[in-house]
Design a protein around this ligand. Structure first.
Ligand code: ZN
Length: 296
């Protein structure tokens, strides 16, 4: 066989080996959800891109690899400068990678508590140029993205992001559609999740995009609010009655919400999380009227 044929065979085989080596890697996609508004999907993570006539606004760069893919895709499709990069909150798995978009005219935006925590904790991302306390409106082409702080709910300075002219609400981590809250709710404030979710349901929008899981309508968020409320009430009432964590994990079934993904795996962990939050933050087990669970 001549040398050239061998070389061709080697080239033909290479893509097969490459495909299997990449099987575990993150898959990326940019999906248009409303005119000029895109959901950036990076594995189980989601962020948002808003494309104006002359400039782009984006929320959450996630990490350097995801941000690099996104920048290339935005350059390819739109070739417009990025005017704003917004951080949904302080956690690294959403706020890293912003250096990929660092440019003289790009403005980085976060709630003041997210900004303070990124700075104090030495986070390796771009520190925000603009911060706010309660509310901030950012504009593209005369249309508005309104950022709102609802109090503590997850991490520091985690805000809702309301595309008012497109009727889209984007929230990261503290509200979800189609999936249970994550494992044992590390870093969450359950009362704040309930309060913040009630707050966004008072606002006018018809599409919800989560930083994880599904896109949906208002009924998806109402169903999620039902779940976190029943979870909280069930754990609180059980603790007051002196039930141990193990008893609660056995008896508090919450099966009206068994349609949520990870229900089987995470229900007991969600209960443990709320139990821990009530013990740590509300001193529930030290209250004089609460029955000692060890006497159960
Ligand atoms: Zn997250």
């Amino acid at each position: 066989m001549p040398r050239t044929s061998l070389a061709l065979i080697a080239i033909a085989l290479a893509p097969i080996q490459l495909a299997s080596a990449q099987a575990d890697e993150t898959t990326y996609a940019l999906e248009e959800v409303k005119p000029d508004l895109y959901r950036f999907v990076a594995g189980s993570y989601r962020s948002m891109v808003w494309v104006g006539d002359e400039e782009i606004l984006l929320i959450d760069t996630l990490n350097t690899e995801a941000a690099t893919w996104l920048k290339k895709e935005l350059d390819r499709q739109f070739a417009l400068p990025v005017r704003y990069v917004v951080y949904s909150h302080n956690h690294h798995d959403h706020a890293y990678g912003a250096e990929v978009f660092d440019a003289p005219n790009t403005v980085f935006v976060a709630h003041e508590m997210a900004a303070e925590n990124l700075a104090m904790s030495g986070a390796q991302t771009i520190l925000p140029d603009i911060t706010f306390e309660d509310e901030l409106a950012l504009k593209l082409d005369g249309e508005t993205l309104r950022l709102r702080y609802h109090g503590p709910n997850n991490g520091y300075g985690s805000v809702s992001m309301h595309f008012e002219d497109q009727d889209v609400m984007f929230v990261v981590d503290w509200a979800l559609i189609g999936r249970m809250p994550y494992e044992d709710m590390k870093g969450y404030d359950i009362e704040g999740m309930i309060r913040s979710t009630k707050d966004i349901l008072k606002l006018d929008w018809d599409m919800f995009v989560g930083g994880h899981a599904d896109i949906g309508g208002r009924e998806g968020v109402e169903h999620y609010l039902g779940y976190i409320t029943q979870l909280y009430d069930g754990v609180r009432n059980g603790m007051i009655a002196g039930q141990s964590l193990e008893t609660l994990q056995g008896e508090l079934r919450l099966d009206a919400y068994s349609d949520l993904r990870n229900y089987e795996d995470w229900r007991a962990q969600n209960i443990a999380g709320v139990y821990r939050i009530l013990e740590d933050r509300s001193y529930m087990l030290m209250r004089p009227e609460v029955v000692d669970p060890t006497t159960e």
